[in-house]
Design a protein around this ligand. Sequence first.
Ligand code: PGA
Length: 279
Amino acid sequence: VEIVPLESYENIMNQSMPDSPFPFFLGLNWKLNPNTIKDLEILLTNYVDHHREIAIDNDGIETVVFPPVIYLQQVYAQLGTHPAFHLGAQDLSPHDKGSFTGQVSPASLNDFEVRYSLIGHSELREFKKHSPEDRIARVKASADHQIQPVMCIGHVSTKDKDIHEVDIQILLDDVDRVITATPQQPRFIVAYEPVWAIGSGKPASIEHITEIFSTIHEHVLSTHGQDTVNRLQLVYGGSVNDQNCQELLTIPRLSGFLIGGASLKPLQIANIYKTIISS
Ligand code: PGA
């Protein structure tokens, strides 16, 4: 598969983005943080304080918190009822119930109003060895329970920035699998998170993300058609913060961020939120 050359997208770069049918996705992946109730309470209080003003004006942005699952109840109690926030799960079981030690049923997540799930985050692909089949089983279970899957894609195998040119097929295969597994889904959220950018303090370049997004878009259009590409929402993740988000927002077809480190700093998230609204 060939990367779509950046030059062909000069025109797109110069145009304002066509209106996306979906709200901007602002995913806040807390990972294994906080790790005590005391720290959780401090974080939640901070979130509520910093989001007081923007909660009134949350049109067009969907803020989704992905907390450690053990704190879902507390987060639901404080943020889940707040108009600016939705809840997400960092992972979910492909099974409803039974002998699956350590897993979390999508049915239980429904009880806490969890509306989104991260599928195959790179840390799960690396540490839990989630295979393409494991991920697709989760996509299906999630969709079956009206939990919107957020498919995370990116290369785990390397931290070499140039390898994307030969590995693009891996990304496209992941996108194809989601579309084929749940063809009726009204929305396909795909989060491109290059592993070398996650937690590094430096996001991928505008050019790199533009190329990847354009390549995915063209592939979905030519393979699955216009109706499917209309349902595709492309999100970027990897060291997004309040200093670099403005520039990242210029990327054509970008319609969301998945944020790790900065999501533990509610002031940063409030700044990012305001930047998205005003751009
Ligand atoms: P980061 O994490 O924002 O800390 O780079 C992103 C992610 O892992 O989803």
